[in-house]
Structures are given as C-alpha cells and as structure tokens.
Design a protein around this ligand. Structure first.
Ligand SMILES: [Zn+2]
Length: 281
C-alpha cells in the first residue's frame, strides 16, 4: 500500500442496524448491544482499518435526552468499546457529527447552545483518551467551526469532514449550505487540522471530482470517506463492494489524500475490498 495512506473504517450506522436488527439511534447500542459495537469495530480492523471511529456520531444532548440515557455514559462508553476492539491494533477517533437542526437564523439552534453540546461530547469523550477527534458529515461550515473551536481546546489531532450534495460540474462541489472545498480549506486552516475533506455524500463517482477540488485548493492532508451510493429499497447499497474498492481507491492517487474509508452502506467487506485494491497501488 502507498505508505502515506491510512485506512479508516466503514459505516457504524447501517452496519449496526444490520447486526442488531434494531432500528433507531445507534449510539444506544453502546449500552444495549456493546458486544455488537465491539464486534463491528473488530471486523473493520481485521479488514484493514488503521483507524476506527467511536460509535458516538449523534450522541449529543438534544438527541440523547429524550431517551433513558445520558451523554456522559454513551460517549465515554463509545470510546471505551472502540479501544476494547482496537487492542492497540488501530487508533480510535472520537466521532462527532452535526446537531440535528440548523443554526439561527435558518433554524432554532443558538450558537452558544451548539458550543455547549459539542463541548459536552468532547469533554466526556476525551476522558477516555482517544487518539484524535473527527468531526464528520457536517453540512454547514459555521456549525463545523463552532465544533472546531471546542475541539482545539484539546491537544489531539483534529480531522474535519463535510458532506456534499450531488456534484454539479459547472458549479463544482458544494455542501447543502453552499460551502465549497476552497472555502472550507481556507476557513478551517486556522484550526490547524490534521486533515480535512469529505464523507458520506452521493457515493464515490460523485465525490472524486470534489476531493480533487480540495487537492487543488489546499496543502492540508485530505480525508475521503464516501458512502456506498444510495441505499436500495430491497436492502444493500447501489455500489457493490468490488466496485467500491475500485472507485474509492482512485482517491489514493489524488495529491494530498491521506485518509480513505467508507461511509453509509460500507460494511467490513467494502473496507476489505478497498484495502486489497490499495495494496496494488
Ligand atoms: Zn454516511
């Protein structure tokens, strides 16, 4: 494998739904099905992941509070379970996704509230000493920057990743809020992130041109973690694992790309196919 590429993991959400037969917020599984959470992380590492993400994506207070759990137990447990699976074979990133809803004036979330919710996840997550923090699937650069402001209070590597809408060759890659790769790179640079880039979005084919835009816009190392296409009604994903490995590995040849993995729909089988393909580069 190209020496300067690290393999991330695949999807926690879709894979844990499949493993537990349960639907609903997957962070609950840190308490309800901890062995399944460990099992999935272990499968990703066996498939070749150098990094796994804690199962804490949307374990923020507004999401957790309506259930009979609290943020501290869910977030701390998420990091503990990932480390238990890793057993030193892979690094663990504290995973934080965006809040559900939009910031004022587009929605109802006040900036200071968002700061408090991200700060709380970070405080509890960092108690379990993850190797870094990943802020991912953000669609609004302003919300991501609030999370960054809280994350840089801790002295660990920070990875920042946004989700993009369908690629438009005329306008280039854009998030739902219209943020472009060049703008994202410029506005995140002051936080000195270890890496920036994209995850989830519309699958490998739609996102390769976007990671190329990042590559042209910045010298910051890049993250490429697309989903396996859109989920199919009958189950599974649009892109099968061999095609996924083939398509996603192309990003390894884009200058600056350092972290590669999969998002929604990508099971350990997808990560294995990707690892195999990367070996041949
Ligand atoms: Zn996703």
């Amino acid at each position: 494998m190209k020496k300067d590429i690290f393999l991330l993991d695949g999807a926690n959400g879709t894979c844990l739904w499949a493993k537990t037969g349960d639907k609903g917020p997957v962070w609950r599984y840190n308490k309800l099905f901890p062995d399944k959470v460990v099992e999935l992380a272990d499968e990703f590492i066996t498939a070749g992941s150098d990094f796994v993400l804690s199962n804490t994506f949307s374990a923020n207070r507004p999401s957790v509070e309506p259930f009979d759990f609290n943020v501290e137990e869910i977030v701390r447990e998420g990091v503990i379970l990932a480390k238990e699976a890793a057993k030193g074979r892979a690094k663990v990133l504290l995973d934080i996704g965006p809040l559900t809803g939009l910031l004022i004036p587009f929605g109802k979330i006040a900036k200071e509230e968002a700061r408090e919710f991200f700060g709380e996840m970070l405080k509890y997550g960092m108690m379990e000493n993850p190797d870094g923090v990943i802020l991912e699937t953000f669609m609004d650069l302003e919300m991501l920057k609030i999370a960054c402001e809280e994350a840089v209070k801790y002295d660990v590597p920070l990875l920042c990743s946004m989700s993009f809408t369908k690629y438009n060759p005329k306008k280039g890659g854009r998030t739902m809020f219209g943020n472009t790769p060049a703008q994202i790179a410029k506005e995140l640079a002051p936080f000195r992130p270890e890496a920036i880039g994209l995850n989830c979005s519309e699958g490998p084919e739609e996102t390769l041109p976007i990671i190329k835009e990042f590559s042209e816009a910045t010298d910051i190392p890049l993250i490429y973690k697309p989903n396996a296409g859109m989920p199919k009604v009958e189950g599974g994903s649009e892109v099968d694992y061999n095609d996924f490995g083939e398509e996603v590995s192309k990003a390894a040849l884009v200058p600056g790309v350092k972290y590669i993995g999969g998002c929604c729909g990508s099971s350990p089988l997808y990560i294995k196919a990707l690892a195999n393909k990367l070996e041949t580069l």
